[in-house]
Design a protein around this ligand. Structure first.
Ligand SMILES: [Zn+2]
Length: 128
């Protein structure tokens, strides 16, 4: 493929060399921009359109950034947040009344369980 499209693809490939590209954070930013565009179409507030354009600009900035380490760190913060949010949906976090130790208990609809603290042995009852 050495036609015009081939040259264009090659040029783009060369341009992207050493640049960060896309990641999950960029996807989230772009989805947020689309949501803002839809809200703008519904409510007609110019601030929504401006914010949407800024988000798209941010996504492009991150995609073409050569500071890959910093962009990866930003993405890592998002991934960590998402995995914590996922964890919180599956578990309750309680604090031991004896020693304030955090204890993770799996969620089960409306059951009452006896929890015993692995650190100090205090027992307490919780509805999970
Ligand atoms: Zn304890």
């Amino acid at each position: 493929m050495n036609g015009f499209m081939g040259r264009l693809a090659q040029r783009f490939q060369r341009f992207m060399t050493g640049r960060y590209g896309s990641d999950k954070l960029n996807m989230v930013i772009l989805v947020a921009a689309i949501v803002l565009e839809i809200l703008y179409a519904v409510f007609g507030l110019p601030a929504l359109a401006i914010l949407s354009i800024l988000l798209i600009g941010l996504a492009f900035f991150r995609m073409f950034s050569k500071n890959r380490e910093k962009r990866a760190k930003e993405n890592h913060v998002l991934l960590q947040f998402l995995s914590e949010a996922k964890m919180l949906r599956k578990y309750h976090i309680y604090r031991c009344p004896g020693c304030r130790q955090k204890i993770r208990v799996p969620r089960k609809g409306g059951m009452t369980v006896d929890v015993s603290c692995p650190k100090c042995g205090t027992k307490f009852r919780k509805k999970i």
